[in-house]
Ligand binder design. Structure first.
Ligand code: RNT
Ligand code: ZN
Length: 414
C-alpha cells in the first residue's frame, strides 16, 4: 500500500473522496499576479512605485523586460500544481519599435504579446487598470481628483482598460476579471470626506457607461483601509466599495491585507456570497500592516479556503494572489505563495464540512471542536504529494533545486 492509498482510505472513512478533491482542485484556476516578478514596476514608465504600496528588499535578478518576466513566470508555473490564470496590470503594456501610448490611450495591440503568451499556455488573463506610478497621479489622487484634467485622464484609462479586458476574454475564450483599485486618499484628517467619494462614484459611472459584455468581463472593485502616506482617509473604503458594487451590480473584491488587523476576510466571505453572484479575492499576507508578504499555509489562508469550499462556492469566487516580496528570490516567492494557496484549497476539500455543519446544528460543539482539531493530523501531505505528482510538478521541497539552478544560470546573469 502506498502512502497515498493509505491516506485515501483514512479520508474515505470520514466520508471524504480524495480523488474528487484532487479533480476539483485541478480544475480550479488561480490567478497569478505578474507583478511579483519585477516589484510592481511594469514596462510603461520610469516612475517610482507610488499609491501607498511598497516593495522592500533588493534581491538580485529581477525581471526588467517582457522576455525576462515571461521566462520567470514560466519557471514558476512549472513548479506550481494546478490551473493558472495570468493577472496583468495595465503598466505591463508592451510597446515595440519606439512606439508609446500613455495610460489613457493604450489599446489591445499593446497586449498582443501577452495574449500570444497566454494562448500558447492555455491560460486566461485577468486585468487591472494601473492608477499609480504615473505623473498624472496628482496629490495622491486619480479618479477622485478635483482637477478635471486629472480625473478625465484616469476615466479614459479605465475605459481603455475595459476594451483591453474584452479583448483578453475574446482572444483566450476565458472571461476576464478586471479589477479596479485606486490609491486615492489623504495622509491627514481631511476637511471633506464626501466630495472625493462623490467624484470617485461619478468617475466609475463614466467608466461603466461604455457597453461591455457582462458574460466576458467581470468588473471588480477592491476596497482598502489605508496606504503608506495615506493613513487617515481612503476614498475607496469598504463601505464605499460594497455600496457601489451593489448599486451597479458589479463584483466585490476583498484583499485580506485591506482591513483592520483583527478583522478577517474569512468571516466576510459568507455575507458577500449571500448578496453577490460572484465575489473576488486578493490572497496576500499582511504582517502588522498591509505588507504583502508571501502567502504561507497559515490558519487564515486555510480558513478563507474553507469558507469557499464549505459553501460550495468554487465557481463563484475569483481567486487571485497579490503580494510582492523583493527580499527573496522572486520566482521562489511566486512558487511558495501559489503552492500555499493550492494547499489551503486542498486542505478545505479534504474537510468533512457536512459532518461538521451537522454537529454545529445539533449544538454538539464539543465533538465539533474535538474533530476539527483531529483533522489537523490527518495525512494531508500524502494527498498533496500525490496531487503534485499528478500535476507533473516536483513533490515536497524538491522544487527548490530548480530555483537554485535557475538563479545560478539565469537570474544571477541579469
Ligand atoms: C494595493 C492593492 C492592489 C495592488 C495591485 C498591484 O493595496 O492590493 O491590488 O496590490 O493592484
Ligand atoms: Zn490587492
Amino acid at each position: 500500500m502506498t502512502r497515498y492509498e493509505y491516506a485515501k482510505d483514512m479520508y474515505a472513512k470520514i466520508g471524504i473522496d480524495t480523488e474528487a478533491a484532487i479533480e476539483n482542485l485541478s480544475a480550479l484556476p488561480i490567478s497569478m499576479h505578474c507583478w511579483q516578478g519585477d516589484d510592481v514596476v511594469g514596462f510603461d514608465s520610469k516612475e517610482a512605485l507610488s499609491g501607498g504600496i511598497q516593495t522592500t528588499g533588493n534581491y538580485p535578478g529581477k525581471a526588467t523586460t517582457p522576455v525576462e518576466l515571461m521566462a520567470d513566470i514560466d519557471k514558476a508555473c512549472s513548479l506550481i500544481p494546478g490551473k493558472k490564470k495570468l493577472n496583468l496590470h495595465a503598466s505591463y503594456a508592451i510597446f515595440e519599435d519606439g512606439e508609446f501610448a500613455d495610460r489613457d490611450a493604450i489599446e489591445p495591440k499593446h497586449f498582443a504579446k501577452w495574449v500570444e503568451y497566454a494562448k500558447e499556455r492555455g491560460m486566461g488573463i485577468d486585468f487591472n487598470p494601473t492608477y499609480f506610478s504615473h505623473p498624472m497621479v496628482k496629490d495622491n489622487l486619480t479618479l477622485s481628483s478635483p482637477d478635471e484634467e486629472v480625473r478625465t485622464f484616469w476615466v479614459n484609462h479605465g475605459k481603455a482598460c475595459l476594451k483591453i479586458a474584452e479583448y483578453f476574454a475574446e482572444e483566450t475564450g476565458v472571461p476576464c476579471v478586471m479589477n479596479i483599485w485606486i490609491p486615492d486618499g489623504y495622509k491627514d484628517i481631511p476637511a471633506d470626506r464626501f466630495a472625493p467619494r462623490a467624484r470617485f462614484k461619478k468617475s466609475l459611472d463614466e467608466i461603466l457607461s461604455i457597453p461591455y459584455d457582462k458574460t466576458k468581463v467581470y468588473i471588480t472593485l477592491e476596497s482598502k483601509v489605508f496606504g503608506i502616506g495615506l493613513e487617515s482617509y481612503t476614498v475607496g473604503s469598504a463601505e464605499f466599495s460594497l455600496s457601489y458594487v451593489n448599486y451597479k451590480g458589479i463584483t466585490p473584491l476583498m484583499d485580506n491585507g485591506h482591513y483592520h488587523p483583527t478583522e478577517v476576510v474569512s468571516d466576510k466571505i459568507s455575507s458577500l456570497l449571500l448578496f453577490n453572484e460572484k465575489i473576488a479575492l486578493h490572497v496576500t499576507r499582511g504582517v502588522r500592516w498591509d505588507s504583502d508578504h508571501v502567502v504561507i499555509f497559515d490558519d487564515e489562508t486555510k480558513e478563507i479556503a474553507k469558507e469557499i469550499v464549505a459553501h460550495d462556492a468554487l465557481d463563484r469566487v475569483f481567486i487571485a494572489t497579490d503580494y510582492f516580496d523583493a527580499s527573496i528570490n522572486r520566482v521562489a516567492a511566486w512558487v511558495i505563495g501559489l503552492r500555499n494557496v493550492q494547499k489551503a484549497m486542498l486542505n478545505a476539500l479534504l474537510t468533512p464540512h457536512t459532518t461538521f455543519k451537522a454537529l454545529q446544528d445539533s449544538a454538539n460543539t464539543t465533538k465539533l471542536r474535538a474533530l476539527q482539531e483531529e483533522m489537523k493530523t490527518y495525512p494531508f501531505a500524502d494527498v498533496w504529494n500525490e496531487y503534485c505528482e499528478r500535476c507533473g510538478v516536483p513533490v515536497g521541497e524538491n522544487w527548490f533545486e530548480e530555483i537554485e539552478k535557475y538563479e545560478a544560470e539565469v537570474l544571477s546573469k541579469r
